[in-house]
Design a protein around this ligand. Structure first.
Ligand code: PLP
Ligand code: COI
Length: 355
């Protein structure tokens, strides 16, 4: 297939803010690069995308996304490669998931190859914003929301698609303490859990806040029907090492985000000869395995979170500690993944895309 080349109008900033950045101490998600990309869906088609100086948006008070939540987003990263080049990791996966999220939310869609081209273009324009410091990256936030100024309930006929980028440091700076949630639910079968849509995150805030008041960093969600099966965490998928195998909840139901980091972790693990099981995982088996010393590793996997070791699991008022040493499996996979993403090692999977 010949890739359709898309025209982008570029209006460069007159005043770059890049010299104001403290590159040694980047917080997550608070610093925004010089430009953003914008494209509008009107009368059944997308306008010419425009890359322009990062700026405020002006919205009608009846903008339907604000009222009824037709809003989806993605999260991806560009990193500085060994040779100073700028590298993306499996952007076509984000593009595909974005399309599926839009479809589920009854929104306009963008073809994955166009999405990837747009991401490459905005990253290229702000390539100087990709941090040099090891472990830091340029977080990319593509998103779309409904813009009809109408308060009747119906799918909007108009949409705004934007991409902005943020140079970022670490999302979690230390191993995480998670609580297994048995009352609140993130997603139900037949619902929108699989879509990366804003409301899923809004709904998670109150239960997460309650858990934070108890001293936890995050929740581990369980299934909404029985609270018996583990699903995922607030910002990442979860993986356990039990009896030497990597075990993770399967994505068969539509309640779990199809994480690109987790998928990559599993594929890398398999290539290293590590056994992987994607299936229903009960809370019971995880707790029993900890008690019996058969759970040797537990971690979250996500774009922002990368590979975040889980140190403590709270369940029914008890705290269960997962040994922090040796964590051989997650350390080995993490090192491989970091080296792959930064071009330090050869990419046998074809996952790395140069900008
Ligand atoms: N689950 C949730 C709820 C998330 O927000 C994220 C982050 O994007 C993930 C899982 C991990 O997905 P990915 O690895 O594609 O970033
Ligand atoms: C991501 O990892 O990209 C997310 O969407 C989660 C959020 C913590 C930034």
């Amino acid at each position: 297939m010949i890739e359709e080349k898309i025209d982008v109008k570029i209006t460069p900033t007159q005043e770059s803010r890049i010299n104001q950045v403290d590159w040694e101490n980047l917080p997550f998600g608070k610093i925004f690069s010089d430009h953003m990309l914008e494209m509008n869906y009107i009368n059944g088609k997308w306008s010419t995308p425009e890359i322009k100086p990062f700026s405020q948006l002006s919205l009608h008070p009846a903008t339907s996304a604000i009222h009824y939540g037709q809003s989806v987003f993605e999260g991806m990263k560009a990193v500085r490669g060994e040779a100073g080049d700028v590298l993306l990791f499996r952007p076509e996966k984000n593009a595909q998931r974005f399309k599926e999220s839009c479809e589920r939310m009854c929104m306009a869609t963008i073809e994955p190859d166009i999405f990837v081209q747009l991401v490459k273009q905005i990253v290229d324009v702000d390539r100087d914003w990709v941090p040099q410091k090891e472990g830091y990256s340029l977080y990319i936030r593509p998103f779309m929301f409904a813009t009809d100024d109408y308060i009747g309930i119906k799918p909007s006929g108009t949409y705004k698609f934007l991409i902005f980028t943020c140079p970022v440091g670490h999302y979690y700076s230390k191993p995480v303490k998670v609580k297994i949630e048995e009352y609140y639910s993130r997603a139900v079968e037949g619902g929108v859990g699989r879509a990366k849509t804003s409301g899923n995150y809004a709904a998670s805030l109150y239960p997460a806040k309650k858990a934070q008041e108890e001293g936890f960093d995050q929740l581990i969600w369980t299934d909404a029907k029985e609270h018996k099966y583990i699903e995922e965490s607030g910002t990442m998928n979860v993986v356990f090492e039990i009896d030497g195998k990597l075990v993770t909840p399967s994505e068969e139901s539509d309640t779990i985000l199809k994480g690109i980091t987790k998928r990559s972790v599993l594929e890398i693990a398999q290539s290293m000869g590590i056994e992987v099981e994607e299936r229903k995982v009960t809370v019971e088996e995880v707790i029993t395995a900890i008690k019996e010393g058969r759970l040797t590793d537990a971690f979250g996997a996500g774009t922002a979170a990368t590979i975040a070791p889980i140190q403590t699991i709270g369940y029914r008022g008890e705290l269960y500690e997962v040994p922090m040493e040796p964590r051989e499996t997650s350390n080995k996979i993490k090192e491989y993944l970091v080296n792959l993403k930064t071009g330090k090692i050869k990419d046998p999977f074809g996952w790395i895309i140069k900008v």
